[in-house]
Write a protein that binds this ligand. Structure first.
Ligand code: MGD
Ligand code: MGD
Ligand code: SF4
Ligand code: MO
Length: 896
C-alpha cells in the first residue's frame, strides 16, 4: 500500500490528507497530522473521499464529439477532439473576433490549471472573457477587500480562530460548510467560555444554535445591521480614534451617515430586538480581539460588496485588524477559490492581483508573457457571459470543472443559452451532470487523487495536491488539455512564433506563476514547488523570507495607494426582488452538511445521503398550518422565472415568511434542475455577483394524486453497482411531474425513487420495471388493483432476501418495506403487500459510527448531554462534524 500526501478537494479549509492506495485504486483517506490546516482532522466529506473515488461508473473516460450539429456525440480519439476544439475556436476568433469565444472555469481547478486557462484566454486568444464559478461565490469579498484594504485576500489566519475573544459569524454556516475550522473554534470556546459567539443568519442553523447570541435578521438586511452596530459603538465610545486617525480615510463621511442608523430603526428593518443589536455591538467593540467570519450570506447578494464593506468598517473603526484574533476573515468556499484569484482567473482581473483596467498592469503581464498586449476590454462576468451566449454574441463556450446548468440562477435561461451556442465544450470528470447534456464536445478530465498541482486555502496557505493513482480511461489533467488545445490554436493564430505554452509539468507552470507575483502583494518568490511538498506555506513569501506571513497589515500600513484603509459609507438597500402578494415568501438557499454542490462526487456515496435523504423546502410551522400543509406534502415553488416541485419539511429554524432550500439537488437526482429554476440573476453592481441567497417565491400545494415509491438493493441488478443502477434510473426522472432519487445505506446500499404525477406517464412503469429488472418471474410477486390504479411488485433473491419493490398508486407501507430490504423475508410472501408499521425517517447523525437520530434522542430524553452521548454511543467522538447537531438535540430536549 502506498501513502500519498495531498489536500482535500472539497472546501476552502484545505485539509491535508494522506491517500492510501494500491496500484490503481484509492483504498482509504486519513487526515494528515502534520498539515497546519487540520492537524489530522477531517469532516464527513473528507473522510468519504475514498468511497467517492471507488467506482468508474459515470466517469468521463473518453473524449466525445458531435460530428455534425444534429448528430449524437460519439467517442473519438484525443487528437480528433483537440483538433476539432482548436479549429472551431480559431475559426470563430478569425470570423467574429476574440470576444466571440469564452471560458467558464472553476475555483475547484488547481492553480496551475487555472493559470494555463487564463493565459490561453488573455494571452493567446486575446479576450478577457474568462470567468468562473467564483463569481457566484467570492467576487463580492474580493471587491470589498480591494476597496477597503487595497488588495484582495484575508488579513487573517487560522491561528486567529483560537486567539479571538469575540467571534462574529455573518452569513456563514461554518458548522456545515467549514467543519474542521468550526471544530477548532468550538474547542477554543470550550477552553475559554468567556469567548462570545454572535451569529447573523436568517436561519437558526447548527452554527447559530451554538452561539451566545443569534441575530435572526430578515434576509438581506446585513448592511443596516452593521451600520446600526457602528452607530451604537460610536455612541458608547467603543471606537478606536487613534487607529482611525493614523491608518484610515473616509471616517467623517461614514460617521455622518450612520447617525441615521439608530438601533431602534435598524432593529425594525432587521426584525430583531434592539437590545440584541446593542449587545452585539458592545461585545464586538469592547472585545480584546474581535474576529468576523463571513461567507455566502454576505457575498451572494445584490449588495454583497456593501455588506462586506459595512462589516470591514466595523473592524477599522475599532482597530480590530492586523493583530492576533482580530480581523475580517472571508472564508473561501472552494478548495482553490484563492488560487484562482491569485492567477487573475476572472473576467475583471489579471495575473497576480493585477487589474485589467490598469494599463501598466496590462503592459507588465504582456511583457512577462511575451505577447504584444493584453486586451483592455473587460471580459464578461458569469451572468452577463451567459446572456451574451444566448444573444449570439459569444458563439463558443468552454466550460471547465463547473456545472452551470445547475449552479447558475434562472436555469431556464441558462439552458436556452447553452442550447443557442454554436459550440459548447465541457471538460468534466463525470459524464452525468446537467451541463454535460448540452456538450458538443466532452473532454474527460482526471480528478482528485489522479492529478497534481497546488491549491491555496482560506488563510492564503498553498498546499500541494498529488496524484495517488493514474487517471482512468483516457482522462487527462486539466492543464494538459488546455496546453494541447492552446498549442493547436497557436499554430493558427501565431504561426512561426515560439510557443507560449512550453509546459511539461505542473512545476514549470507554478514557477512561471511565481515569477509574475514578484513585487506584488502576494509575492511568493521565496517559495519552491519542492518545498511545498513537505511544508505548505502562506503568502506573501518574498525572496528574502524564511516562512510565509501569517497576518497582514500588522504595521497598520494597507495595500492602498496612500497606505491607509478606506472606510466606505454604504447605505442599506433592500434585496433586489421584493416579496409581494403574488410571491409572498423570501426564499433563501444554502448547503447541507454532507453534500457538495451538484453532488457529482458526494452523490456517489450512499451513506452521505443519510443525513438529509430527500430534497426539501423548509417552512415555519405557522406558515404550514395557515396553508393546511403537512410535512412531506409536495409543493410547487414558483418565482417570476420558473418553478419546481419539492417535498415540505416543517421546522422553526426559518422565520415565518421565509423558506429555505438546499442548493445541491439537480437533474441527476430530480426531475428539475433544482432550486436555481427559481433563483434570481440580479447582480451586485460592484462585484457582478448574483443574489443567490434571495428570491421572492410563491408556494402552493401540488395536487399530484398518483404516487410511486420504488426501492432497490443492488445485489443482483446493475452488476451490484449502485451507481450503475442510478445511471439506469436517471433518464426516467424527466418524464414525471415530480421525481427524486436518492441513495442510502452503508453495507447494503439502496436506491430509493419517489414519484408523483396526475397519472402514470404513458409506458413509464414498464420502463421502470425493465430498469429495475422487475419483470414477472418466480422471485417477483405482483399485486394489481386496476380499479384503484394500484400496481405493486416485489422481488426476492434466490435465498429469500427482499431485494426491491415498486409500489404504484398506493404507497402505504413503503417506509416499512425499505427498512426490510436486504433482510431475509420470513413468513408468507403475499404478506409483503399488507402495509407494515410506518417507520419514521431516522436520519444518520453521526457518519463515522453511523448513529441514528432515534438512538440519540432516546439517550437525550434520559438526560444525556453531549459528553455522555459521546461516551455511550460514540457519536461525535471521531470526526466531530455532528457535534453541533448533538448540541441542538440536547438543547431541544431541554426546551420540550
Ligand atoms: N457541506 C458543504 N460544505 C461546503 C460546500 C458544500 O457544497 N457543502 N461548498 C463550499 C462553498 S463553494 C462555499 S461558497 C461555502 C459556503 O458556505 P456558507 O456560506 O457558510 O454556506 P451557505 O449554506 O451557502 O450559506 C450560509 C448561510 O447564509 C445564510 N443567509 C442567507 N441569506 C442571508 C442574509 O441575507 N444575511 C446573512 N447574514 N445570512 C444569510 C443562510 O441561511 C446560510 O445559513 O461552503 C463550502 N463548504
Ligand atoms: N441557489 C444557489 N446556487 C448556488 C449557490 C448557492 O448558495 N445557492 N452557491 C454558488 C457557489 S458559492 C458555488 S461555488 C457554485 C458551485 O457550483 P459548480 O461550480 O457548478 O459546482 P460543482 O457541482 O462542484 O461543479 C464542479 C464540476 O467539476 C467536476 N469536476 C470535479 N473534479 C474535476 C476536475 O478535476 N476537473 C474537471 N474538469 N472537472 C471536475 C464535477 O464533476 C462538477 O461537475 O454554486 C453556486 N450556486
Ligand atoms: S473541512 Fe472537510 S471538506 Fe473541508 S477541506 Fe477539511 S475535510 Fe475537506
Ligand atoms: Mo462557493
Amino acid at each position: 500500500m502506498a501513502i500519498t500526501r495531498s489536500t482535500c478537494c472539497y472546501c476552502g479549509v484545505g485539509c491535508g490528507v494522506l491517500i492510501e492506495s494500491t496500484a490503481d485504486q484509492i483504498t482509504g483517506v486519513q487526515g494528515d497530522p502534520a498539515h497546519p490546516a487540520n492537524w489530522g482532522q477531517l469532516c464527513t466529506k473528507g473522510l468519504s473521499l475514498a468511497q467517492s473515488a471507488a467506482s468508474l461508473t459515470n466517469r468521463a473516460l473518453y473524449p466525445e464529439l458531435r460530428l455534425t450539429r444534429d448528430a449524437l456525440r460519439e467517442r473519438v480519439d484525443w487528437a480528433m477532439a483537440l483538433d476539432s476544439v482548436a479549429e472551431r475556436f480559431a475559426d470563430i476568433i478569425e470570423q467574429h473576433g476574440p470576444d466571440a469565444v469564452a471560458f467558464y472555469v472553476s475555483g475547484q481547478l488547481l492553480t496551475e490549471d487555472y493559470y494555463v486557462f487564463n493565459k490561453l484566454a488573455k494571452g493567446l486568444v486575446g479576450t478577457n472573457n474568462i470567468d468562473t464559478n467564483s463569481r457566484l461565490c467570492m467576487s463580492s469579498a474580493v471587491t470589498g477587500y480591494k476597496m477597503a484594504l487595497g488588495a484582495d485576500g484575508p488579513p487573517t489566519c487560522y491561528d486567529d480562530l483560537e486567539a479571538a475573544h469575540t467571534v462574529l459569524f455573518a452569513g456563514s454556516n461554518m458548522a456545515y460548510a467549514h467543519p474542521v475550522l468550526f471544530r477548532r473554534l468550538a474547542a477554543a470556546k470550550a477552553a475559554n467560555p468567556a469567548v462570545k459567539w454572535i451569529v447573523i443568519d436568517p436561519r437558526r442553523t447548527d452554527t447559530a444554535v451554538m452561539a451566545d447570541l443569534h441575530l435572526q435578521i430578515q434576509p438581506g438586511t446585513d448592511v443596516a445591521l452593521f451600520n446600526g452596530m457602528l452607530h451604537h459603538l460610536l455612541w458608547e465610545g467603543l471606537a478606536d480614534p487613534q487607529f482611525i486617525a493614523a491608518h484610515t480615510t473616509g471616517f467623517a463621511e461614514l460617521k455622518t451617515m450612520v447617525r441615521d442608523y439608530t438601533p431602534k430603526m435598524v432593529a425594525e428593518i432587521c426584525g430583531i430586538l434592539e437590545e440584541d443589536l446593542r449587545l452585539a455591538a458592545e461585545w464586538f467593540g469592547a472585545s480584546p480581539a474581535a474576529l468576523s467570519l463571513y461567507c455566502m450570506g454576505l457575498n451572494q447578494s445584490s449588495h454583497g460588496t456593501d455588506k462586506n464593506l459595512a462589516l470591514i468598517n466595523l473592524h477599522l473603526a475599532t482597530g480590530q485588524i492586523g493583530k492576533p484574533g482580530a480581523g475580517p476573515f472571508s472564508l473561501t468556499g472552494q478548495p482553490n477559490a484563492m488560487g484562482g484569484r491569485e492567477v487573475g482567473g476572472m473576467a475583471t482581473m489579471l495575473a497576480a492581483h493585477r487589474d485589467i483596467a490598469n494599463a501598466e498592469h496590462r503592459a507588465e503581464v504582456a511583457a512577462l508573457w511575451g505577447v504584444d498586449s493584453v486586451s483592455a476590454q473587460p471580459g464578461l462576468p458569469a451572468i452577463a457571459m451567459f446572456d451574451a451566449i444566448k444573444a449570439g454574441k459569444i458563439k463558443a463556450i468552454w466550460i471547465v470543472c463547473s456545472n452551470p446548468a445547475h449552479s447558475l440562477p434562472n436555469l431556464a435561461h441558462v439552458r436556452l443559452a447553452l442550447g443557442a451556442a454554436e459550440l459548447v465544450v465541457v471538460q468534466d470528470a463525470f459524464i452525468n451532470t446537467d451541463t454535460v447534456a448540452f456538450a458538443d464536445v466532452v473532454l474527460p478530465a482526471s480528478s482528485w487523487g489522479e492529478k497534481s498541482g497546488t491549491v491555496t486555502n482560506s488563510e492564503r496557505r498553498i498546499s500541494r495536491v498529488n496524484a495517488a493513482v493514474a487517471a482512468p480511461g483516457e482522462a487527462k489533467a486539466d492543464w494538459e488539455i488546455a496546453v494541447a488545445v492552446a498549442q493547436r490554436i497557436e499554430a493558427r493564430l501565431r504561426p512561426d512564433k515560439p510557443t507560449l505554452f512550453p509546459y511539461v509539468d505542473t512545476e514549470m507552470i507554478f514557477n512561471e506563476h511565481r515569477l509574475l507575483t514578484q513585487g506584488r502583494d502576494l509575492d511568493i518568490s521565496g517559495l519552491s514547488y519542492a518545498q511545498l511538498a513537505t511544508s505548505p506555506q502562506q503568502w506573501p513569501f518574498p525572496a528574502d523570507a524564511s516562512h510565509g506571513q501569517a497576518r497582514r497589515y500588522t504595521d497598520g500600513v494597507f495595500a492602498t495607494h496612500d497606505g491607509k484603509a478606506h472606510f466606505h459609507a454604504v447605505q442599506y438597500l433592500p434585496v433586489a426582488e421584493a416579496t409581494n402578494s403574488r410571491f409572498p415568501f423570501h426564499l433563501i438557499t444554502g448547503r447541507l452538511r454532507d453534500q457538495w454542490h451538484g453532488m457529482s462526487r458526494t452523490g456517489r456515496v450512499p451513506a452521505l445521503f443519510e443525513h438529509s435523504a430527500e430534497p426539501a423546502l423548509t417552512m415555519h410551522p405557522l406558515d404550514a398550518e395557515r396553508r393546511s400543509l403537512k410535512a412531506g406534502d409536495l409543493l410547487k415553488v414558483s418565482s417570476k422565472r420558473g418553478s419546481l416541485i419539492l417535498p415540505l419539511d416543517i421546522a422553526d429554524s426559518v422565520a415565518s415568511g421565509t423558506v429555505f432550500a438546499a442548493m445541491h439537488w439537480n437533474g441527476q437526482f430530480l426531475n428539475s434542475g433544482g432550486i436555481n429554476e427559481v433563483c434570481s440573476s440580479a447582480v451586485d453592481a460592484k462585484s457582478a455577483q448574483p443574489e443567490l441567497k434571495h428570491a421572492a417565491v410563491r408556494v402552493e400545494k401540488a395536487e399530484l394524486p398518483w404516487r410511486l415509491v420504488a426501492a432497490m438493493s443492488v445485489e443482483d441488478v446493475a452488476g451490484g453497482d449502485i451507481l450503475a443502477l442510478h445511471a439506469i434510473v436517471q433518464p426516467l426522472l424527466q418524464a414525471c411531474a415530480y421525481a427524486s432519487v436518492s441513495l442510502q445505506g452503508r453495507e447494503n446500499p439502496l436506491l430509493v425513487l419517489r414519484v408523483a404525477d396526475m397519472a402514470a406517464p404513458e409506458g413509464w412503469l414498464e420502463r421502470l420495471f425493465t430498469a429495475l429488472q422487475l419483470q414477472p418471474s418466480a422471485n417477483v410477486l405482483q399485486y394489481q388493483d386496476a380499479k384503484r390504479g394500484v400496481i405493486k411488485r416485489v422481488a426476492w433473491s434466490d435465498d429469500a432476501v427482499l431485494r426491491g419493490f415498486v409500489l404504484a398508486g398506493d404507497i402505504a407501507g413503503s417506509a416499512a418495506l425499505i427498512a426490510q430490504l436486504g433482510l431475509v423475508w420470513t413468513g408468507p410472501r403475499i404478506r409483503v403487500f399488507t402495509p407494515g408499521q410506518a417507520v419514521a425517517n431516522d436520519r444518520v447523525i453521526c457518519q463515522c459510527l453511523y448513529v441514528r437520530e432515534s438512538r440519540i434522542l432516546a439517550e437525550v430524553t434520559q438526560g444525556a448531554d453531549v459528553a455522555q452521548l459521546k461516551a455511550k454511543l460514540g457519536c461525535g467522538s471521531v470526526c466531530g462534524s455532528c457535534i453541533p447537531e448533538l448540541t441542538r438535540l440536547c438543547q431541544t430536549a431541554l426546551v420540550c
